[in-house]
Design a binder for this molecule. Structure first.
Ligand code: GAR
Length: 292
């Protein structure tokens, strides 16, 4: 039961506990407030049952929604409950539903290596009706991400450097495939100008450090973690940003930090960073696309 809730809401175990606490505290608080309101209104045993029920319904339908947002803030779950409220308001017709009828977002993931991030993104959107991972673009024959694409029956495009930097052919292919957005997940080549022009503000990258530090040419994967440890940093993290014509440079969409202890090595730091990436990248993509 808890596992299925976790899957349904796409949250980790700790977040699930905080969400359930939010519901529990909100329920108790709403009952308490509702009792306070009825006594403030002077309701007693002589008051008509209809009035009592009406006030309770009003508190439950409207007050509950406000109270849950306030309580969720204290449990650090405001974002989750705000999205939950938006869904309810949409269903009730208070905010318009235009986002729900747009053509599905068709993603191409560009990756060069193992592809653990690519796999988390594919998994996360597997049952999502509006967002589909349609293509894996890779620049390295034999890369793990190609096996992942095969296992999930997703088309792949293996691309060579010359074709990538000097031609538009593959861009036409992306357009023909209806690709709407590009997600870089450990892709190690700089994105050429023509691709940025073809997908303006529609290319997202993840970097395994807190940009603007430890980014730029040659800074990828374990090299980043080695540099962070060598510099004696006390914290590192992940940065998710839009891609522009410079390495690791476009507008930052999201950052989260992790502590570095004296026991950490580049390898243990890499593990911590991967955990953060897997947890956040799919959710940030979903929010960036405006589909929640
Ligand atoms: C990830 O840690 C990603 O942040 C990094 O490559 C790794 C790919 O891992 N990207 C960069 O360093 C880009 N500058 P994965 O193949 O297991 O997803």
């Amino acid at each position: 039961m808890l596992n299925s809730l976790q899957k349904k809401w796409k949250v980790n175990g700790a977040q699930l506990v905080l969400i359930l606490c939010t519901f529990a505290v909100t329920g108790t608080l709403t009952a308490f407030i509702s009792r306070g309101i009825t006594s403030w209104l002077g309701f007693d045993e002589t008051t008509s049952l209809i009035w009592k029920i009406l006030v309770r319904i009003l508190v439950l339908v409207f007050g509950y929604q406000v109270i849950i947002l306030i309580v969720s803030f204290f449990f650090g779950q405001f974002r989750f409950f705000w999205n939950y409220e938006k869904k309810i308001l949409k269903r009730m017709g208070f905010i318009n539903n235009t986002k729900e009828v747009v053509t599905p977002y068709r993603l191409a993931i560009f990756a060069s290596g193992k592809g653990s991030n690519a796999e988390k993104i594919i998994q996360y959107f597997d049952k999502e009706p509006l967002i589909h991972v349609k293509l894996i673009v890779c620049n390295k024959a034999g890369a793990g991400v190609l096996d992942i694409a095969n296992a999930w029956k997703i088309n792949t495009l293996l691309i060579e450097k010359k074709a990538f930097t000097e031609s538009d052919e593959y861009i036409e292919y992306l357009k023909n495939e209806g690709i709407t957005h590009i997600i870089l997940a450990g892709f190690l080549w700089k994105i050429p100008q023509n691709l940025i022009k073809a997908y303006p503000n529609k290319i997202l990258n993840i970097h395994p450090a807190l940009l603007p530090n430890f980014g730029g040419k040659g800074m990828y994967g374990e090299k980043v973690h080695q540099s962070v440890i060598a510099a004696g940093e006390k914290e590192s993290g992940i940065t998710i940003h839009l891609v522009d014509e410079h390495y690791d440079h476009g507008k930052t969409i999201f950052q989260v930090k992790t502590e570095i202890t004296s026991a950490d090595s580049p390898d243990t730091l890499a593990e911590k960073i991967h955990i953060l990436e897997h947890e956040h990248y799919p959710k940030v993509i979903e929010e960036w696309l405006g589909v929640e």
